[in-house]
Design a protein around this ligand. Structure first.
Ligand code: HEC
Length: 130
């Protein structure tokens, strides 16, 4: 399956690319999709949403609206998956949030965005006990 190889390659890239920031997500416990999404996040999202996923990225100085804290379990639990996907695909303005949140449909595939929604649910620990 081509897809599987693609994901494996991405995961490998994530492991090598993300090492400087944090432990590679994979150490055998996390799925390749999670690792791949972590790498996408480090590349495109961390500048605003933070290497720690807490909304405190290096690029937030001067932003009039602060990026969402993706590590906030309570706050993120109130964000429906469909809205997450819409916000990532078409940008903050599409869900009546700040346009400072860019649209990613030209950069990320539908599948990458779906995987990112899973990843964000993982990061905020919103699915504990489910
Ligand atoms: C240029 C800075 C910037 C970048 C880069 C960025 N974001 Fe955001 N993001 C924001 C801001 C600011 C908000 C808060 C919008 C608001 O609350 O009005 C936000 C909000 C969000 C939300 C919550 C939307 C909602 O409805 O509350 C999600 C989910 C999100 N971002 C995901 C991502 C993902 C995934 C990436 C990387 C692919 C990313 N963001 C990259 C600035 C950014």
């Amino acid at each position: 399956m081509m897809l599987r190889y693609g994901i494996a390659a991405l995961a490998l890239a994530a492991m090598t690319g993300a090492i400087a920031f944090h432990q590679p997500a994979t150490a055998g416990t996390e799925s390749p999709k999670i690792a791949a999404s972590a790498h996408v996040y480090d590349t495109y999202c961390a500048q605003c949403h933070g290497v720690q996923r807490n909304g405190k990225g290096v690029n937030t100085i001067g932003l009039s609206v602060q990026p969402r804290d993706h590590s906030d379990t309570v706050g993120m639990s109130s964000l429906p998956r469909e809205q997450m996907i819409k916000a990532i695909t078409d940008g903050g303005a599409s869900v009546n949030k700040s346009a400072l949140m860019p649209a990613w449909s030209a950069v990320l595939s539908k599948e990458q965005i779906e995987d990112m929604a899973d990843y964000l649910t993982y990061v905020c620990k919103c699915n504990q006990g489910k």
